[in-house]
Ligand binder design. Structure first.
Ligand SMILES: NC(=O)c1ccc[n+]([C@@H]2O[C@H](COP(=O)([O-])OP(=O)(O)OC[C@H]3O[C@@H](n4cnc5c(N)ncnc54)[C@H](OP(=O)(O)O)[C@@H]3O)[C@@H](O)[C@H]2O)c1
Length: 269
């Protein structure tokens, strides 16, 4: 008989791998307690990660207490149509799929299955991610606990009202990409003013890291921290004036707004 598994993950791409590597490294689960399926890349993933490859999605659902959906939004409908009738109320279904509401997920399930919707982000790979969680109408405390235990090894976990999930997607789900563009630009800026690339990259990255730590550890407002750097008639104020003229603030706000609007449209369920 096939062995019983604790967690089964459907989809082992960028985010799926983040989640399972966090679980393994934090020793929350061992490799043989985690099953997975992919569409095609399964053999390679099993070899690389040493996880249990399930025969197919139905096999996975029949063997796991917690089922995680980590496929792209466009593949969600086909997966739910396949597994929906088989997931049982004593299992927890966790979806990290952007845009898919708990209500839409529940609509594909036969019974009163607890559903948790999660939005992690890629810094989970280095355990500095943030995952927002919300529960569907049958989610109980034990389901919150199961979901929190899965995402805590990846960084911070916050509970949010589901109405905020698309905004969370636009801010923290997509946010690492915005920060990488800023980092790339700062590095290029260093090169423009004559710094070697490696040094420029290091200065840009450590500056962002340090600024983030200052914010988090002091709890002060970013504007107050900015003021500390800005000497009257000094050079920082000249740099800040350029940022204002280039509309950096409104551009970042618009990036989050657009990504939030898009997040509302992705789901195939
Ligand atoms: N990337 C991010 O920053 C991020 C952040 C938060 C949330 N998310 C959400 O996470 C989800 C996954 O994103 P990703 O970037 O990890 O995607 P990805 O790298 O494209 O991985 C998707 C995985 O799903 C598998 N798959 C597709 N159809 C399947 C099926 N019918 N049965 C079993 N497995 C199937 C694919 O298998 P093959 O490899 O064989 O094709 C692949 O392993 C998305 O819904 C996204 O909204 C992503």
């Amino acid at each position: 008989m096939a062995s019983r598994l604790n967690v089964g993950i459907i989809g082992l791409g960028t985010m799926g791998r983040c989640i399972v590597s966090g679980l393994i490294e934090s020793k929350k689960l061992s490799r043989n307690q985690i099953g997975f399926t992919t569409r095609q890349s399964g053999g390679k993933a099993a070899e690389e990660l040493g996880l249990t490859a399930c025969k197919d999605n139905l096999d996975l659902v029949s063997r796991c207490d917690t089922v995680i959906l980590a496929v792209k939004p466009q593949n969600l409908a086909e997966v739910l149509t396949e597994i929906g009738p088989k997931v049982k109320p004593n299992q927890t279904l966790i979806s990290i799929v952007a845009s898919a509401s708990t209500e839409a997920l529940e609509g594909h399930l036969a019974g009163r299955v607890p559903v948790i919707r999660a939005m992690p982000n890629t810094p989970a790979l280095v355990r500095e991610g943030v995952t927002a969680l919300c529960a569907g109408k049958y989610g109980k405390e034990e389901d919150w606990a199961r979901a929190s235990a899965l995402f805590e090894p990846l960084g911070k976990v916050v509970r949010v009202d589901e109405k905020h999930m698309n905004a969370v997607t636009g801010l923290s789900g997509c946010g690492p990409a915005y920060v990488y563009v800023i980092l790339e630009s700062l590095t290029d800026a260093g090169i423009k003013v004559g710094l070697p690339r490696e040094l420029s990259t290091q200065l840009a990255a450590q500056t962002v890291l340090g600024a983030v730590k200052m914010l988090m550890e002091t709890g002060r407002h970013p504007a107050a921290l900015k003021d500390d750097v800005t000497t009257p008639a000094g050079c920082t104020i000249d740099g800040l004036m350029e940022l204002e003229e280039g509309k950096l603030r409104v551009t970042l706000i618009k990036a989050v707004v657009q990504a939030t609007l898009r997040a509302a449209t992705l789901s195939s369920v």
